[in-house]
Ligand binder design. Structure first.
Ligand code: SF4
Length: 86
């Protein structure tokens, strides 16, 4: 059986992450516009995570969060200060 882990992957790219990613999308959509990281900034945050050595199987190894959840709220920052303010 193939190993379903990927160091550089986000939840949305993992076959096993699809159900959880649907919850992340619902969570993002439920945030008010002033709480939600704007789409462009959200994608920029995730691209930074994809290039980060602390990303492992959609999880930040510095904080233990799924990065798509951590990136969803504009007032939550990268624990290593790698994201730009939206
Ligand atoms: S340290 Fe920051 S950039 Fe790296 S995976 Fe964690 S949240 Fe993403």
């Amino acid at each position: 059986m193939a190993e379903n882990r990927c160091r550089r992957c986000l939840l949305r790219e993992l076959e096993a992450g699809q159900e959880l990613y649907a919850s992340v999308k619902a969570y993002r959509e439920a945030l008010s516009p002033d709480q939600r990281t704007p789409d462009g900034a959200f994608e920029a945050r995730l691209e930074t995570c994809r290039a980060c050595p602390y990303l492992n199987n959609a999880t930040c190894m510095q904080c233990g969060c799924f990065v798509e959840i951590r990136a969803a709220r504009r007032d939550i920052q990268c624990p290593m200060g790698r994201w730009q303010e939206p």
